[in-house]
Write a protein that binds this ligand. Structure first.
Ligand code: SME
Length: 161
């Protein structure tokens, strides 16, 4: 496993392409969900400087805060609440260009301006969500959706049955 990330490219897509194989290398041979989520959060934050990156795990029918990089965050989110709870309920990626315009957005930090949350599936059930926040308005696009979903998939593929 590489001890350091080496990211090439200038566009976000180029950086994701450079990051993906390195995420796979980080996850290789490791089945611990928390350890892998922690390294993914760190790798995303390190590569893109996102304001907040982290996982919430589905536990006993609520979302519970998992490994993250960024400021302290709310620990539990109910199904259907906020962007994360909506992502879980719908099983769909939620892209929010302006968090102030999203009804029910949970403001863990007033500095967060836009957000993307992707669901993570195991056996067709949402088992976690991957949440990325930006302090810039409209900071996420289809590119983030594609690559974050791919990263989420690689994380879920490491989970033991
Ligand atoms: N804003 C999220 C809550 C989690 S934090 O941003 C870390 C939401 O509305 O679900």
């Amino acid at each position: 496993m590489a001890e350091e990330l080496s990211i090439s490219g200038t566009t976000r897509e180029e950086k994701y392409k450079s990051l993906l194989p390195q995420i796979s290398a980080l996850l290789e041979g490791e089945t611990d969900a928390v350890a892998n989520a922690a390294n993914i959060a760190a790798a995303l934050r390190q590569t893109f400087g996102f304001f907040w990156v982290g996982f919430y795990f589905v536990k006993n029918n609520e979302l519970v805060l998992g490994p993250f990089q960024g400021d302290i965050a709310c620990t539990r989110i109910q199904k259907g609440r906020g962007v994360c709870g909506t992502c879980w309920e719908k099983g769909e990626t939620i892209l929010v260009a302006d968090v102030d315009a999203f009804p029910g957005h949970i403001a863990c930090s007033s500095l967060s301006r836009s957000e993307i949350v992707v669901p993570v599936f195991k056996d067709k059930q949402v088992v976690a969500v991957l949440d990325v926040d930006s302090d810039q308005l409209n900071d996420f696009s289809e590119t983030d959706k594609i690559y974050l979903r791919e990263i989420a998939l690689r994380w879920s593929n490491c989970l033991i049955d």
